[in-house]
Design a protein around this ligand. Structure first.
Ligand SMILES: [Fe+2]
Ligand SMILES: [Fe+2]
Length: 469
């Protein structure tokens, strides 16, 4: 019999981030399975104390979802009216603030859809079809250009953010919950239905995020895609409601089942919410932190021609903890002219001027932090909202790297050779397998840790083709 005492002890000594990594990469070891079960049980225990706005009667879920749509729509219109009347952005003070936020939510977005993974094994049961369809759509139906995890990675990569994933433990909580549910669906079907019900209702913050990202010159496609695919008329939000009603027990009371759905629904509220995340951004702190991390690579790389406030650059960088004083020294000696156009600052010219001596040193995100820190009030007062959008282009062309390049949908035809030899091997392996074995193998490759690979995308296409035949 499973007891959670040992695992609770392990959990308190492990970070949430390490649980997230274990559940993602090694979900099938006995220890991780047990730990995931106990982790969810503990999270459900915490969630029970939270409020729940679901209707008392399970039959009223459709009206509840429709009312949510009206509420979100009204709030969004109110937001747009304020903006059109000249009101400031409400989420992102600057482009670097937006990029910080996108990185902070990345651990959740990198496992988008994971809570539904385990339900794919019910592919013969028609009642699960809406949720399996939702999962397959999260995976882009096996098309790399539509796979939500790949889209998110691509967005970060294009904006130079990929090496700056925030390490704060609380940012991994939602992702760890999603993975633990997805790999233990047999024990938590009602809770998964409830979690999905909460996650798939399109929230106001998705709409505002998309609006403000576009304003800041960041492609909002990932967010606009969710506004459309999660819609409550025919999209994921509606499927989430329908499936709860389909799976409610036909005999006896639905109370126990619905209580468990509600508990799963409340799991959405755990961890840092978007408002707390937005409020946690401090431009100067993030700039100092970034330069402190960068210090290691820059120490002793500078010539000693210039002295700033009596010290050479190498001397400023040699000792940890001097970055803030170094920045202040550059302000004092007018290398940095704060609250003015950064183009007027010598420091910025070294980073992105015509003869930038530090070209390539900073990623677009890092440079954006410096740019926004220098610009300060000058940026806030500019009528041109896109003033800082040019930074990424000034610093380096924001091209996706090999890491984020979408795997080809047809590697054989594209002659990609050994890179995709596993795909060819996989195709040979599953061809001719009996149906149950074939579907089992395809499902293995559709797991959160593998569905973004070329073989995972192929498995998703094959699985969906078979289901839709
Ligand atoms: Fe998604
Ligand atoms: Fe969705």
């Amino acid at each position: 019999m499973l007891t959670c005492d040992t695992h609770v002890q392990q959990e308190t000594t492990s970070t949430i981030q390490s649980l997230y990594q274990s559940f993602l990469h090694y979900p099938d070891t006995q220890n991780n399975r047990e730990q995931a079960l106990c982790f969810i049980a503990a999270q459900l225990g915490q969630a029970r104390a939270l409020t729940c706005d679901l209707p008392d009667d399970i039959q009223n879920l459709t009206q509840w979802s429709d009312a949510h749509v009206v509420e979100v729509g009204d709030a969004y219109q109110a937001y747009l009216s304020k903006r059109k009347a000249g009101g400031p952005r409400e989420y992102f003070q600057s482009r670097s603030h937006a990029l910080f936020y996108l990185q902070a939510i990345a651990p959740t977005k990198f496992v988008d859809g994971a809570w539904l993974y385990g339900l794919t094994r019910h592919w013969r049961d028609e009642r699960f079809y809406p949720l399996i369809k939702t999962y397959i759509e999260e995976l882009g139906v096996g098309n790399a250009q539509q796979n939500h995890v790949l889209l998110y990675r691509k967005m970060l990569e294009r904006n130079g953010c990929f090496n700056h994933i925030n390490e704060a433990d609380s940012l991994y909580l939602q992702g760890a919950i999603q993975l633990a549910l997805g790999h233990n669906s047999e024990a938590f079907v009602p809770e998964i239905l409830g979690y999905n019900l909460g996650y798939e209702q399109p929230p106001l913050h998705m709409l505002i995020t998309a609006y403000e990202l576009k304003e800041l010159g960041i492609d909002p496609y990932y967010f606009t895609l969710h506004v459309t695919t999660d819609n409550a008329s025919t999209g994921h939000a509606r499927q989430a409601v329908d499936v709860v009603q389909r799976l409610a027990p036909a005999v006896g009371s639905t109370d126990t089942f619905y209580d468990r759905v509600k508990a799963g629904y409340r799991l959405n509220q755990l961890g840092l919410n978007y408002k707390a995340l937005l409020a946690s951004f401090n431009l100067e702190q993030q700039t100092v932190k970034m330069l402190e991390q960068k210090r290691f690579y820059g120490t002793n790389m500078h010539s000693d021609f210039c002295r700033i406030e009596g010290k050479t650059v190498n001397e400023w960088l040699q000792t940890p903890g001097q970055i803030k004083a170094f920045l202040n020294a550059m302000v004092k000696c007018r290398w940095v002219k704060r609250n003015e156009d950064p183009q007027r600052s010598r420091f910025w010219q070294l980073i992105a001027g015509d003869n930038a001596k530090m070209a390539g040193v900073f990623s677009p995100y890092e440079a954006q932090l410096i740019y926004d820190w220098i610009a300060g009030d000058w940026l806030a007062n500019r009528a041109d909202q896109h003033a800082s959008n040019k930074v990424a282009r000034l610093v380096q062309p924001a091209q996706p790297s090999a890491n984020c390049a979408a795997p080809s949908n047809n590697p054989v035809e594209n002659n990609e050779g050994d890179v995709d030899s596993d795909v060819q091997r996989f195709e040979r392996e599953v061809t001719g397998l009996p149906t149950d074995d074939k579907m089992r193998r395809l499902i293995q490759l559709m797991a959160p840790q593998t569905h973004t690979t070329a073989a995972g995308l192929l498995a998703t296409r094959m699985f969906w083709k078979y289901l839709c035949r």
